[in-house]
Write a protein that binds this ligand. Structure first.
Ligand SMILES: Cc1cc2nc3c(=O)[nH]c(=O)nc-3n(C[C@H](O)[C@H](O)[C@H](O)COP(=O)(O)OP(=O)(O)OC[C@H]3O[C@@H](n4cnc5c(N)ncnc54)[C@H](O)[C@@H]3O)c2cc1C
Length: 550
């Protein structure tokens, strides 16, 4: 790789300084270098090639509501490739509804459908970066799926069963780009450097203030343009520390506010009434071998009519920790996930936690399940693990056929953008404080979406929902069963006016002509989608825009 010593950073004026080498920074670099081979890019990365177990950025974050937010070290990774080092690889498109003003999100839809149409032009480069095949997010675009309905008797109407998530390898962009950047003669990468503040601009050259992690030495780089792609929380922190960028030295009202992620979990199963063999519950592969999965989603009209937040629901396995599932295979996997050393190797903490809920529960009952299911309960996990960990393209999840035609349902829903969820600097300006929780409307929407799916299935005579808790406990189960911090959205939002947001439709910080933010923090709404695919498309779009300005 074309590395550069920290001391050489100041030696030239870079065409673009990119802060952060996660999916956003690398999507930008990939597309920019395709367009402009001669331009000189400096890629500044905080992480080291061999990252220690603690770092100053994560150590200086306070999570004010840990009940609903993962701890800092579980939310991001540092180093080439950023958080792609542990991401799950689920690639999902945003939907039309996410760009339409709705009463349930107040006046916080500060972007519109024109930007959605525009960014979709860059789905190709995003899919290339993330290795998720062709960017087809509807079954109709995957003819080899046979275009079957999800279960016997199901029909589309208010509910769709044809929305699709696609899966990356999951690609670890660090190893992938190590090689690619080596060949890119115009990109210089510097590791172990923290960008702390965007500096002044004069004669078309902007400074960026940096700190060398190895010795604490202050450095300055100079570039014609700066792209802040340091992940949502750190991009937000950098802008909060750069108040001089804004009129009167006052940061925009929206900066750091309206922090969103997703409300997500399980409260019910779906019981189909037709032939279990005709239920399409798992993760097939398309003609290119890419894993995909269908999801239930409401139409735009139904969401608007019912005043609901955008939500996806998919069939899943029952809760691993609850031995009442009586599956020896699931019990075996559960015991491995909670085992002290092996568990950590099998899945990163947020994913492990979403499977086990951090509980060590009724181990004797799990052992009974394993005994009852022997020898299948031993060889089936082995087969699953061999598909999940050995090949380059890994099986994204574990799916067990249900002869009873009953599957757990997983919901993944948009949140209301509210001022009370925020990232802000502490009084002394040294720490980043994060407040994150769920509103009553977030919870109400999840419950109503379940009611509507139940009613739809019953109307078709195709099945029903089976709730896991008494009705009066459902709201509490939704609220306490969910946490996020791995999908970070909203804190530097796109807007059509400087008053309503932080960056314009081209991701340029309002009031500047050379500072851009490329992060999911720019998305004003969280939708039902995991953010990285759209973010990669925005990274490619930004590169295209800057390259064609020249
Ligand atoms: C366990 C887990 C599972 C996930 N699964 C999925 C999934 O299935 N699908 C999905 O869409 N998303 C998923 N995500 C989210 C996904 O990882 C992020 O959306 C994505 O990585 C964001 O990309 P980014 O480039 O903006 O930020 P990051 O990937 O966080 O990269 C930012 C980079 O900037 C560097 N940096 C930070 N601050 C500075 C600074 N001050 N100076 C210099 N460099 C700096 C960091 O070291 C890092 O390398 C998951 C996240 C986690 C934690």
């Amino acid at each position: 790789m074309s590395l550069i010593e920290p001391s050489a950073i100041s030696s030239e004026i870079w065409d673009v300084i990119v802060i952060g080498s996660g999916p956003a920074g690398l999507a930008f670099v990939q597309e920019y270098t395709k367009k402009l081979h001669q331009s000189k890019i400096l890629l500044v990365e905080f992480g080291l090639e061999s990252e220690p177990s603690t770092n100053a950025l994560d150590e200086s974050i306070d999570i004010l509501n840990p009940e609903n937010h993962h701890l800092p070290y579980d939310c991001t990774n540092k180093g080439l490739g950023g958080t792609s080092a542990t991401w799950g690889g689920r690639c999902v498109s945003y939907d039309e509804i996410d760009f339409i003003p709705r009463s349930i999100i107040g006046d916080n839809c500060t972007w519109d459908l024109s930007i959605f149409e525009d960014v979709k032009r860059f789905y190709g480069p995003a899919a290339e970066l993330l290795d998720c095949g062709k960017p087809a997010f509807n079954l109709k675009e995957i003819p080899e799926s046979g275009n079957r309905r999800i279960a016997e008797g199901f029909q589309e109407g208010d509910w769709l069963d044809s929305a699709v998530e696609r899966w990356s390898l999951p690609t670890r962009l660090g190893p992938k780009y190590n090689e690619i950047l080596r060949e890119a003669s115009n990109v210089r990468v510097v590791f172990g450097i923290q960008a702390s503040r965007i500096g002044e601009s004069s004669d078309g050259v902007r400074t960026v203030e940096l700190v060398d992690r190895s010795n604490g030495q202050a450095l300055t780089s100079r570039g014609k343009r700066v792209v802040v792609a340091a992940g949502a929380q750190e991009s937000t922190r950098i802008l909060l520390q750069s108040s001089h960028l804004f009129p009167g030295g006052k940061t925009p009202y929206a900066l750091g506010r309206f922090y969103q992620g997703h409300i997500s979990g399980k409260i019910a199963s779906i019981r189909f009434s037709g032939n279990p063999r005709l239920t399409d519950f798992g993760m097939p592969r398309d003609a290119e071998g890419i894993y995909f999965r269908r999801r239930f989603q409401l139409t735009t009209d139904a969401l608007i009519r019912e005043g609901l937040l955008n939500t996806a629901i998919w069939t899943d396995n029952p809760l691993y920790y609850d031995a009442r599932h009586r599956s020896g295979t699931m019990s075996m996997i559960y015991l491995m996930l909670i085992a002290p050393v092996i568990g950590k190797k099998l899945a990163p903490a947020p994913i492990r936690n979403s499977l086990t809920k951090g509980k060590v529960s009724n181990v004797p009952a799990h052992l009974m399940n394993i005994l009852r299911g022997f020898p299948k309960s031993l060889f089936e996990p082995f087969l699953i693990f061999s598909k999940r960990y050995l090949p380059k393209r890994k099986l994204p999840g574990v799916f067990l056929y249900s002869p009873k035609n009953e599957y757990a349902l997983h919901f993944h829903a948009e949140q209301q953008p509210i001022e009370g969820n925020y990232m802000k600097l502490s009084e002394d300006g040294k720490r980043l404080q994060i407040q994150y929780g769920y509103t009553d409307e977030d919870v109400r929407s999840v419950l109503r979406v379940h009611e509507m799916l139940d009613a739809w299935l019953k109307k078709l005579g195709c099945g029903e929902l089976v709730y896991w808790y008494p009705k009066e406990e459902l709201a509490e189960q939704v609220r306490k069963g969910s946490s996020d911090g791995v999908h970070q959205v909203g804190t530097t939002r796109i807007s059509s006016s400087a008053e309503a947001g932080v960056v314009d439709y081209d991701l340029k910080v309002w009031g500047t002509d050379d500072v851009y933010v490329c992060s999911s923090s720019c998305f004003p709404t969280s939708g039902q989608a995991n953010p990285t695919f759209l973010l990669a498309a925005f990274g490619a779009r930004l590169a295209h825009q800057i390259a064609t300005q020249k």
